[in-house]
Design a protein around this ligand. Structure first.
Ligand code: DSN
Length: 417
């Protein structure tokens, strides 16, 4: 029981060490990822992982939960203070489970949900036909306007009127613009629907004051905790007090058994970090960096969906520059050059989701490393050079070396080296 990991399993240590080098030596631009702090990682690997604690603080089905109650209550109180929420459930294991719990709490199978179409920026759980949401519920989908590539609230209002949803989901995984939550509330009220804000991508920006706040306007807000919020993998649900019991019962015993107290404790740590002044500065810098990256990419001849970004991410429309290169090919070329991005559909994409005509990239991770606007100009130039020189392995190899050298200026997890 007291042996070191390196003694018990050198093979796993070796794999992890290789990924540490990858995380250090590449530019990780996937907008939904982040580097969790040492403190967050430390508590995740702690003895809190050893305990079952089905139930909620003060009402557990297991004995020995005194300190589990204490740490879960701390996480809840910190989340409430951070977001100004009336009620918080910190137990969902992941964002999909959080959304599933909300639907389970507020809807019956067959009820209508209005959510953003997956191909235009929504999430699987917002009604995709391959997901439980699209199977169990009747889905109406909104997208973006063909000219502006932004959500048109008049169109959302018309769709709501036509389909009379019981619940409207506002939120996305690939939308580079702000959500005006007050307008969403108006649409929800006009048809008597619940409003669910899924802020998984932008939770950190919201906590740091860099994006409008959904909490005053929404019945329920869900988020993962590992994206811009920079906590451990996992999720939480915030809601108005009137829905607290339904939401809690939907999570446990409705969908889950034992909560993961080690990650709940890590959420508590992340919420503490997110309440510090540096976090606000960090979130502001994410947005400044995204704008700088977007501006340079445009200067370098790329077209960005909707013309730019207001948040942490952007979508490159590759068709504007390269007739034949798909998002999949471009993401692979960039990986060869040490730059990690997502292939992603663009609105009204003619290619399939596994191929795509776009790239999704964002700045949370490079900002965590301490990079600022001048570094974004350099990154945009690396991307441009790699895609222009894609046919030649020697060019991609040279850029990979330059990227690795560039990354040495922004070390991660020095204590692990
Ligand atoms: N998988 C997430 C993303 O990358 O956007 C959404 O849950």
């Amino acid at each position: 029981m007291n042996k070191l990991l390196s003694e018990v399993d050198p093979q796993v240590v070796e794999i992890t060490t290789k990924d540490l080098a990858r995380q250090q030596n590449t530019l990780m631009l996937i907008p939904s990822e982040n580097y969790a702090s040492r403190a967050v990682m430390e508590i995740q690997g702690s003895i809190l992982a050893n305990k079952y604690a089905e139930g909620y603080p003060g009402e557990r089905y297991y004995n020995g939960c005194e300190f589990m109650d204490e740490v879960e209550s701390l996480a809840i109180d910190r989340a409430k203070a951070l977001f100004g929420a009336e009620h918080v459930n910190v137990q969902p294991h992941a964002g999909s489970q959080a959304n599933m719990a909300v639907y389970h709490a507020l809807l019956q199978p067959g009820d209508t949900i209005l959510g953003m179409s997956l191909s235009q920026g929504g999430h699987l759980t917002h009604g995709a036909h391959v997901n439980f949401s699209g199977n169990l519920y009747n889905i109406a989908a909104y997208g973006v306007d063909a000219d502006t590539e932004q959500i048109d609230m008049d169109d959302v209002g018309r769709l709501a009127e036509e389909h009379r949803p019981k619940l409207i989901v506002v939120g996305a995984t690939a939308y580079p613009r702000h959500f005006d939550f007050a307008s969403w509330r108006q649409v929800a009220d006009s048809v008597g629907a619940y409003l669910l804000a899924d802020i998984a991508h932008i939770a950190g920006l919201i906590a740091g004051g860099a994006h409008p706040d959904p909490v005053p306007y929404s019945d329920v807000v869900t988020t993962t905790t590992h994206k811009t919020l920079r906590g451990p993998r996992g999720a939480m649900i915030m809601c108005r007090s009137e829905y607290a019991d339904k939401i809690d019962r939907a999570v446990f015993p409705g969908l889950q058994g034992g909560p993961f107290l080690h990650t709940i404790a890590a959420r508590a740590v992340a919420f503490k970090e997110a309440s510090e002044p540096e976090f606000k500065k960090y979130q502001g810098q994410i947005v400044k960096n995204a704008k700088a990256l977007a501006a340079r990419l445009i200067e370098n001849g790329f077209r960005l969906v909707s013309g730019g970004t207001d948040n942490h991410l952007m979508l490159i429309d590759l068709t504007s520059k390269y007739e034949k290169m798909s998002g999949r090919q471009a993401a692979d070329h960039l990986e060869d050059a040490g730059i990690i991005v997502n292939k992603n559909t663009i609105p009204f994409d003619k290619r399939k989701p596994r191929t795509t005509s776009g790239l999704r990239l964002g700045t949370p991770m490079v900002t965590t490393r301490g990079m600022e606007e001048d570094a974004m100009v350099q990154i945009a130039d690396f991307i441009t050079e790699a895609l222009e020189g894609r046919q030649k392995n020697s060019i991609k190899q040279r850029i990979q070396e330059k990227v690795k050298e560039f990354c040495t200026q922004f070390p991660i997890y020095e204590y692990l080296n």
